[in-house]
Design a protein around this ligand. Structure first.
Ligand code: GLU
Length: 430
């Protein structure tokens, strides 16, 4: 997914990753569309603070292994930093910078009072025992503890982390603050310790709210449509299930072990159960095996890429047959591929809105923690729907008016809000 040129005038290596460079391409185009103040463009082109830490862990065999962790705080104009923590073997600083930038633009376009950040540790969590994962999480938390807090920077789950990881995170932070429970330091926690109802399925549900709305605009209906879902983790599995519950035919899903296809429709509930027991879809026999690449190119109505970044680029964009693509993952389609798909009339619901359900309900969780007053699940699902569709409709309106692609439109709306706030706050010290 290499962009055509290095767009960043600041040549440090951590700013040259493909994900960040792609985000910058979209950013620069959108900044022009809305005639953004050049001083604001200059400031938004780079992260405010990048923290790199060593995370030593005593492994079960008593040896000590040192992992590298990151927290990138991109921008805090609109509120405290907010964004998830990724445990994955491909995590590096350039990737985290790109993800932190996307969080900034996401929180802005969604209208949340939050800045943008992201964290991660370079580790394959599937190779760790539970005890090793707990030690890693606790030491990583401790290493970045000075920089985070309920009013400073509020992490959350991402690829490779879950509610249990957040519980260890919250406990470690609280112990280091004298043992007083600090639920507001992290979201995506189990409900028993201050988590929010509806947070676990929020990203997947948001993807489906957006998919339904996008299909409506294309004169299509979710019920009876053919849907392919890449990724069967926290986002993809719930997205598949919510689409299935609404009558869609889920013709394929995939995880790291490959793709699973059935033209007549898969039984998603059965697959969710299977993945729970077996930890992956490996060995699932009630489907034809395909590759992740083949899944992306299937003839379908809606494609939901819910895995990792850089999945659709100029190599496969021409072969994509879906009419609607809803980006459950962060950065699954490159800027150049977006242009090709847009020209071919494919409707793309961009990541910063489409997968915003997670951080929207994270915001609700943080608010509930601060108030110590908790809402019903139906309230949360409905509030999520209101917030995410409001942002989507605003972007669609902008897109129709300016005749640009949806990714540029979402970025443009996001930049306008950030620009106004940055101009109002001014530059410190002058
Ligand atoms: N990791 C999720 C994302 O990429 C959620 C972030 C959050 O809840 O703070 O949006």
């Amino acid at each position: 997914m290499a962009p055509q040129e290095n767009l960043n005038p600041h040549s440090e290596a951590h700013l040259n990753g493909p994900l960040f460079q792609n985000a910058l391409l979209t950013f620069k185009e959108a900044a022009k569309i809305v005639n953004c103040d050049p001083n604001i463009v200059e400031r938004l082109e780079r992260p405010r603070r990048c923290i790199t830490v060593s995370v030593p862990v005593r492994m079960d065999d008593q040896s000590v292994k040192v992992f590298t962790g990151y927290r990138v705080q991109y921008n805090a104009t609109l509120g405290p930093y907010k964004g998830g923590i990724r445990f994955h073997q491909n995590v590096d600083l350039p990737e985290v910078v790109g993800l932190a930038a996307l969080m900034t633009f996401k929180n802005s376009v969604l209208g949340l009072p939050l800045g943008g950040a992201k964290g991660g540790v370079c580790v394959d969590p599937t190779k760790l025992s539970r005890a090793e994962k707990q030690s890693l999480t606790r030491r990583y938390t401790s290493e970045i503890a000075h920089f985070i807090g309920p009013t400073k920077d509020i992490p959350a789950p991402d690829v490779g982390t879950d509610a249990q990881t957040m519980a260890w995170f919250m406990d470690t932070y609280s112990q280091e603050q004298g043992g007083y429970a600090q639920p507001g330091v992290v979201t995506g926690k189990p409900v028993e310790i201050g988590g929010s109802l509806g947070r676990n399925h929020a990203t997947g549900l948001g993807v489906i709210y957006i998919c339904e709305r996008a299909m409506e605009q294309k004169g299509m209906k979710m019920s009876g449509s053919r849907v392919a879902v890449q990724g069967f983790g926290n986002v993809g599995s719930f997205a598949a299930k919510f689409a299935y519950d609404r009558g869609a035919r889920i013709i394929a899903v995939s995880d790291v072990t490959g793709g699973y296809f059935n033209g007549d429709g898969l039984n998603v509930n059965d697959m969710v159960e299977y993945a729970k027991i077996n930890k992956s879809l490996k060995g699932y026999t009630k489907a034809e095996l395909i590759t992740n690449e083949q899944l992306l190119e299937l003839d379908c109505d809606a494609l939901l890429p819910c895995a990792l970044e850089g999945q659709i680029d100029t190599h496969n964009a021409e072969r994509i047959k879906a009419k609607v693509i809803v980006e459950g993952a962060n950065g699954p389609i490159t800027n150049a591929a977006t242009k090709i798909l847009h020209q071919r009339g494919v409707f793309i619901a961009p990541d910063v809105i489409a997968n915003g359900g997670g951080v929207i309900v994270s915001y609700f969780e943080w608010v509930q923690d601060i108030m110590s007053f908790f809402w019903d699940e139906s309230d949360i699902d409905n509030k999520l729907k209101t917030v995410i569709l409001k942002a989507f409709d605003t972007v669609c309106h902008f897109q129709a008016e300016k005749k640009v692609d949806m990714r540029s439109a979402a970025m443009a709306v996001s930049i306008q809000r950030l620009e106004k706030a940055m101009l109002l706050r001014g530059l410190y010290p002058r």
